[in-house]
Design a protein around this ligand. Structure first.
Ligand SMILES: NC(=O)C1=CN([C@@H]2O[C@H](COP(=O)(O)OP(=O)(O)OC[C@H]3O[C@@H](n4cnc5c(N)ncnc54)[C@H](OP(=O)(O)O)[C@@H]3O)[C@@H](O)[C@H]2O)C=CC1
Ligand SMILES: CC(C)(CO)C(=O)C(=O)O
Length: 345
């Protein structure tokens, strides 16, 4: 066996921590994890992981834990073979993914793996790093950081790796990189990790969940279990939204079977009461990933003439939630409240 792959993980929350664990456990990769809010807790005490795939681990750490993305050139570090990006992807709130990972990317060498939900997330990466391979990671995992350093992982990690098609590079090289990553990620035998060349189909199929269940749960504060049993929510909110995603996917050549809708609504057992990641963010007062999960499929679909009225309403509600949060966090200034008791209207 050759040397271990040198992997930089950016973002060690629900998805990133389990990803790092799979990569390390397989023995084919050494992971340096860049952490932010949970850096000190994990550095001092390690992660506490309660996982349906890995059991309970206390004090687990990857090979290295750092608090900022290393600058490989300035620090004269060996190039990273992979940068696995498992942050929330929020292009409307800086810094963007490109800003975050740039110092660690070695042009033409580093394979950038986006284990993130949403559509068109590869576009800014290709624009910034036209000679790098960019892989897509689409996962069902149901993993959340419920307090700093504590990971609750409830669904078997089932992750599909594909190459986003970079027209500047040969297809065979990109496919080989995807297959190599699958090998490293699955080497421990604790997850279902596979390669699928049809990245468009895989991403649109996942949007049936993420463009519909994520925003409805974030807006209503109902997890994916409660949404299945709440008065009419599945029929009046989820199904129409999901049909709109199916129609848009079709225009882009991805024929999602009708059964995908019922299957997606019931994919999480009711009594798992799984909070989709966007609901987790609203509950934590974090920004939400609504632009890639909802905005991009909506913009692409409507540009092709697909009527998407339900998703339009959900999008604008999410936009209002994001505005509320930006204002609360001081990114937007509004005029002070006037005292109408002393100076009447
Ligand atoms: N959770 C799930 O079950 C699933 C999630 N996904 C997708 O996976 C991606 C990751 O989601 P998830 O793991 O839930 O997200 P989390 O919010 O749990 O974790 C993201 C982590 O990234 C960190 N981060 C953000 N910016 C930086 C930065 N500049 N430097 C270092 N760390 C940073 C965050 O730190 P901080 O706490 O400081 O913000 C946080 O620890 C998303 O795109 C999501 O949609 C896909 C399938 C399932
Ligand atoms: C569907 C789910 C829960 C996948 O595990 C997800 O993608 C999310 O929470 O955003």
């Amino acid at each position: 066996m050759g040397e271990k792959k040198n992997v930089l993980l950016v973002g060690g929350g629900g998805v990133g921590a389990i990803g790092a664990l799979n990569l390390e456990a397989g023995g084919l990769a050494a992971v340096t994890a860049v952490l932010r809010s949970n850096y000190q807790v994990v550095k001092d005490d390690g992660f506490e992981i309660h996982s349906c795939d890995h059991g309970v681990l206390k004090g687990w750490r990857p090979t290295q834990v750092v608090s900022k993305v290393p600058n490989v050139k300035e620090e004269n570090l060996p190039a990273f073979d992979y940068i696995v990006c498992a942050t929330k992807n929020i292009p409307d709130v800086p810094p963007t993914v490109v800003d975050i990972i740039s110092p660690a990317v070695t042009p033409s060498h580093t394979v950038i793996v986006l284990i993130q939900n949403g559509l068109n997330i590869e576009k800014p990466i290709f624009a910034a790093f036209p000679q790098n391979i960019v892989l897509s990671g689409v996962s069902m995992i149901g993993s959340n950081e419920t307090k700093l350093g504590f990971i609750q992982h409830d669904e078997v990690d089932e992750i599909i790796i594909s190459a986003f098609e970079n027209p500047n590079l040969e297809t065979a090289v990109q496919v080989a990189a995807a297959e190599d990553f699958v090998r490293a990620y699955s080497a421990a035998g604790k997850c279902k990790c596979s390669h699928d060349a049809n990245v468009g189909f895989v991403r649109w199929r996942k949007l049936v969940y993420n463009a519909c269940i994520n925003p409805v749960s974030a807006i209503t504060d109902l997890d994916s279990g409660r949404l299945q049993i709440a008065d009419g929510a599945a029929d009046t909110l989820l199904r129409p939204a999901m049909e709109e995603i199916r129609a848009a996917a079709k225009v882009f050549g991805h024929d999602l079977p009708a059964e995908v809708i019922q299957k997606t609504i019931t994919v999480d057992p009711v009594d798992m009461y799984l909070p989709p990641s966007m609901l987790g963010d609203v509950r934590k007062g974090n920004f939400i990933e609504f632009e890639n999960l909802l905005g991009e499929p909506l913009r692409d679909g409507t540009a092709k003439g697909v009527p998407m009225p339900t998703l339009t309403v959900l999008y604008n509600l999410c936009k209002a939630i994001q505005w509320r949060n930006k204002q609360l966090k001081g990114l937007i200034e509004i005029p002070p409240k006037k005292d109408y008791t002393t100076s009447p209207h």
